[in-house]
Design a protein around this ligand. Structure first.
Ligand code: DQQ
Length: 534
């Protein structure tokens, strides 16, 4: 960030200028992490898309390379869209991606590194056999809804499998293809999974998670101590949903345990701005890492003025919660090496109506970790059974609406005098036999410039506040507030564009705007050093 660029990030990945969207084909090769991303080298808006390429040894500092994949063949003449990397036997990476052909049909192409001894994998070659999968009159695949191949997985029968996002009418579909040699692909008679009435499934992701530990698994792993996750990005709402379930290898179908990939209910990686995400298995640290695109909440004219659009979320480790019912995410631990000037508050009772300033950190570029202990449970408001939509509830009960137990949490990117602030907070309600924890990210006062999208976000956090401390961590980065509630059980990412709370004009507070006191058990805050992000 600088005086005329107050919204540029200090440690979230972004290119120097122009448009960026989906993360593509992340991988680790010879100890080097690779990130490709959808990039328009010519403009601040989406358009002429190539795969831009950066590498890192720590997932924090990145160096740029030339675009790895760009239109150069018949089968991708009109665009090189999203895709994934698969590590083939012998450790050889292979990229499957969507190309847009001269008839504007969506087809799937293969590219492999030219030189495997180059750890930066700078040059990629495309097979002359492209496209390898294409819509035709026999398969009845919709040529404008056939894109974003996943990382492929290898079955015990020696056949690779990959899914491609699609739809038929309003039915979202994960079309399955199989191959013995990664070049000749045959469509499976039935999709891996489909769901009625939720439109195009963009950027599907399908991977196993361990039921025993938070370690990641190779995408081809099978066995009894694992479940599978299917995630889709819904084009209609620009939200992502996932389910946890079982991969039936004999039938080659995925069966969710509960819930559905439906746009009104269901689990989300992130309840704010986060889209077109993709995971990969990090063999160096045996973890699965999630990358996701954080799009803008500003107007196109504002984007044109600042000369860029789109950032990537901090990569997150992702694993199955002990309950087996949801995933948990946490920023990769490497990001913590940017922490400096630690400020710690010992436990402190936050009385109703209190605001506590956290000074000594660069509030525009910070990492904050706060936890609360609740004791006055009998005062919790009774939840109305109609309140099933957390975002709606956060919208009705923003940070300025006094409750009993809450709102309490953080005021980030705040101006002196609180003309501007983004409030990330909890409220606790009483249900029949338990307490319900609501987490909100309220952007309604985040900027005096009302041309920005100031939508409030919300999520329920599946924690038991009677027996557990309630934690909240926020990564604050000029125009990004990436928040993790309940140790990563609910994540909400917001884009904000303050006009006063920029650079040295930004302040950080803990607050409690409920009537009842809450115990702030601990607060740690750090200034974040700048990372090398191109
Ligand atoms: N972005 C890509 C598509 C994908 C969409 C095009 C998701 O492949 O479906 O830039 O944001």
């Amino acid at each position: 960030a600088s005086a005329n660029q107050p919204y540029r990030t200090g440690f979230h990945f972004q290119p120097p200028k122009n448009w960026m969207n989906d993360p593509n084909g992340p991988l680790i090769y010879k100890g080097i992490y690779h990130l490709f991303y959808q990039y328009n080298p010519q403009d601040v808006v989406w358009g002429h898309i190539v795969w831009a390429h950066s590498t890192s040894t720590d997932l924090v500092n990145w160096i740029p390379h030339d675009p790895a994949i760009y239109p150069s063949q018949q089968s991708d003449m009109n665009g090189t869209w999203s895709g994934s990397t698969t590590i083939l036997p012998g450790g050889k990476p292979a990229i499957l991606y969507t190309g847009i052909d001269p008839k504007n049909r969506q087809v799937q192409n293969l590219a492999v590194p030219k030189n495997l001894s180059d750890p930066y994998l700078r040059v990629w070659v495309k097979t002359p056999k492209n496209p390898l999968m294409a819509p035709n009159s026999l398969n009845q695949i919709n040529s404008s809804s056939f894109r974003d191949p996943t990382t492929a997985w290898l079955g015990p029968d020696g056949h690779w499998r990959v899914i491609i996002g699609s739809k038929i009418d309003r039915q979202g579909k994960a079309i399955l293809f199989k191959s013995k040699d990664f070049v000749n692909w045959v469509q499976s008679p039935q999709p891996l999974h489909s769901a009625n009435d939720n439109g195009m499934w963009e950027c599907p992701d399908f991977f196993p998670v361990s039921t025993k530990s938070s370690y990641g698994l190779d995408t081809s792993a099978l066995g009894s101590d694992l479940k599978h996750v299917l995630k889709v990005s819904l084009d209609d709402t620009k939200h992502e949903y996932y389910t946890i379930g079982t991969y039936d290898l004999a039938k080659d179908i995925y069966v969710p345990d509960q819930g559905s990939l439906n746009s009104d209910s269901g689990l989300r990686y992130d309840y704010g701005k986060f889209y077109a995400s993709k995971t990969f298995f990090d063999t160096a640290q045996n973890r699965r890492i999630l990358w996701g695109w954080i799009n803008e909440s500003s107007s196109v004219s504002a984007d044109v003025k600042k000369g860029w659009s789109g950032v990537q979320a901090v990569p997150r480790k992702i694993w199955l919660d002990r309950s087996g019912k949801q995933l948990v995410q946490w920023p990769v631990q490497e990001i913590e090496k940017l922490r400096a000037n630690q400020v710690t508050f010992p436990s402190k009772l936050l009385k109703g109506g209190s605001v506590l300033q956290v000074s000594g950190v660069t509030a525009s570029q910070a990492d904050v970790d706060i936890s609360f202990g609740i004791t006055e449970f009998e005062k919790a408001e009774v939840i109305d059974p109609k309140w099933t939509n957390p975002q709606e509830l956060c919208n009705q009960k923003g940070a300025s609406v006094k409750g009993n137990l809450g709102p309490f949490g953080l005021l980030v990117l705040s101006s002196k005098g609180l003309k501007e602030y983004t409030a990330v907070f909890f409220r606790i309600f009483k249900a029949n036999d338990k307490y319900v924890v609501l987490m909100c990210s309220d952007q309604s006062r985040s900027s005096l410039d009302k041309s920005n999208d100031l939508t409030t976000y919300g999520a329920f956090v599946d924690v038991d506040p009677v027996h557990q401390k309630l934690s909240l961590r926020s990564l604050i980065d000029h125009s990004i507030v990436e928040s993790f509630g309940g140790g990563g059980k609910a994540c909400i990412t917001a884009r904000v564009y303050p006009t006063l709370a920029i650079d040295d004009g930004a302040y950080l507070y803990a607050f409690n705007n409920g009537t009842e006191p809450v115990m702030m058990e601990k607060l740690d805050a750090w200034s974040m050093k700048k990372a090398r992000i191109n």
